[in-house]
Design a protein around this ligand. Structure first.
Ligand SMILES: [Zn+2]
Ligand SMILES: [Zn+2]
Length: 338
C-alpha cells in the first residue's frame, strides 16, 4: 500500500509498504480521511514519544476491510468506523480508576505504532466506534479532536451564564467556540491574531471578536471589566499563556488546552492565585469521550466542514504538512485513496 513514513527526524517519505494484516484482536481499516494535527508536527520534529520509522496519523475514519479471528465482537467488514488512537492497557491503576488517559502502558496509533496516513491501518477492534450515516468522512476525522474538546469541557464544567474568553481560533479553538455555545455560557469572546480565523469564530457563534495586538487589553477590559469567569488557552504559546491570567476574574477558572513545548515555563504570581481564588485546570487528550463527540457530530451540534482548508491526496502530504506546520492552513486532511 501507499503510505507516508517519517523515516527519521524531519524526514518524510511517500512510499510503498506491505499491507497490514490484522492480529487476532485487530481489524484493518481502509482509511477514508485523516487529519493533520499539531502532534504530528511535534513527532516530525522528534519532540514527542515516537520512534522512527513511523507512519503517522491518529485522527481518522474509514471502513473495516478485515477482521482478526478473535476480534469479531459486533464489527464486520464494511462497517464505517472511527478509532480511538489511544490504546489503554485496562489493568493499570489509572485504567481501573476511569483515568485511562494517564494509562501507564499507553500506546498510540500514529504515535507509537503505525497510523492512518496510509491506505490501510490496523487497530485493535476494541478501539473502534461504528459511525452513523449522518457522519461524513470529514466529520469522522474530527471525532478524535472533538473528543479532546469534550474531555476539556468535562474537566471544566461551565456554570450557567459564565463569561468565557478563548485565546486562539485555530481548528481546536473553533471547535471550542461551538461546544461552548451549547454549554450555557453567556458571552464567548475570542482573541486571535489572524483576521480570517477571527471571522470564522464569529460564524461559529462567538459573541465578541478581538484582534490580538496592542489594543487587545483595552478591548477585553471594555468587554469584561472584572475579567472573565473562564479563560481558555488554545494557542500553546507560553508568552500568551503567561499574559492570559490578566484577563481572569476573581473566582475564575483557567484552562490549559493548547500544547506548549515540553520545556516551556511561565511566571505566575502565587499571591494572585491565592488572592483571586483562581483555579487552574489542565486537559490532556481524551478519556472515554468518543461517544459524545460522535453524537455531537451526528446531530449537527458541531459543524466541521468549514474548519477544513485543504484536502489532499497522500502524494501531496509533504507540501500540505509543511504549510500546516507554518500556520498557513486551517485543518488539513489527507484522503489516502485520492
Ligand atoms: Zn491530534
Ligand atoms: Zn492502563
Amino acid at each position: 500500500m501507499k503510505a507516508v513514513v517519517f523515516t527519521g527526524p524531519e524526514q518524510i517519505s511517500i512510499t510503498r509498504v506491505p499491507d497490514p494484516t490484522p492480529a487476532p484482536d485487530e481489524v484493518v481499516i481502509r482509511v477514508a480521511q485523516a487529519g493533520i494535527c499539531g502532534t504530528d508536527v511535534h513527532i516530525y520534529r522528534n519532540e514527542y514519544l515516537s520512534d522512527f520509522p513511523l507512519i503517522p496519523g491518529h485522527e481518522f475514519g474509514g471502513t473495516v476491510v478485515a477482521v482478526g479471528r478473535e476480534a469479531g465482537g459486533d464489527l464486520a467488514v464494511g462497517d464505517r468506523v472511527a478509532a480511538d488512537p489511544n490504546l489503554y492497557c485496562m489493568h493499570c491503576d489509572f485504567c481501573r480508576n476511569e483515568q485511562a488517559n494517564h494509562c501507564r502502558n499507553w500506546q498510540g496509533v500514529g504515535v507509537t505504532r503505525d497510523g492512518a496516513f496510509a491506505e490501510y491501518v490496523a487497530v485493535p477492534a476494541r478501539a473502534c466506534y461504528r459511525l452513523p450515516e449522518s457522519i461524513s468522512d470529514t466529520a469522522a476525522a474530527f471525532v478524535e479532536p472533538l473528543a479532546c474538546v469534550v474531555h476539556a469541557l468535562k474537566r471544566l464544567p461551565v456554570s450557567p451564564a459564565d463569561r468565557v474568553l478563548i485565546i486562539g481560533a485555530g481548528p481546536m479553538g473553533l471547535l471550542l467556540v461551538q461546544a461552548l455555545r451549547h454549554s450555557g455560557a453567556s458571552d464567548i469572546t475570542v482573541l486571535e491574531k489572524q483576521s480570517a480565523r477571527l471571522q470564522l469564530a464569529g460564524e461559529m457563534g462567538a459573541d465578541a471578536l478581538i484582534p490580538a495586538g496592542e489594543a487587545q487589553t483595552e478591548a477585553l477590559r471594555a468587554r469584561a471589566p472584572y475579567g472573565y469567569d473562564v479563560v481558555i488557552d488554545a494557542t500553546g504559546v507560553p508568552a500568551v499563556i503567561e499574559n492570559a491570567f490578566a484577563y481572569l476574574r476573581p473566582r475564575g477558572r483557567f484552562l490549559q488546552f493548547g500544547v506548549t513545548p515540553r520545556n516551556a515555563r511561565i511566571q505566575i504570581s502565587p499571591y494572585d492565585l491565592f488572592h483571586n481564588d483562581w483555579t487552574i485546570i489542565g486537559s490532556f487528550a481524551l478519556c472515554y469521550t468518543f461517544l459524545p463527540a460522535i453524537d455531537w457530530l451526528a446531530h449537527g451540534v458541531i459543524r466541521v466542514e468549514r474548519l477544513v482548508s485543504d484536502v489532499a491526496p497522500l502524494e501531496d502530504f509533504a507540501d500540505v504538512f509543511h504549510r500546516f506546520a507554518a500556520g498557513e492552513t486551517l485543518k488539513a486532511h489527507i484522503r489516502p485513496a485520492g
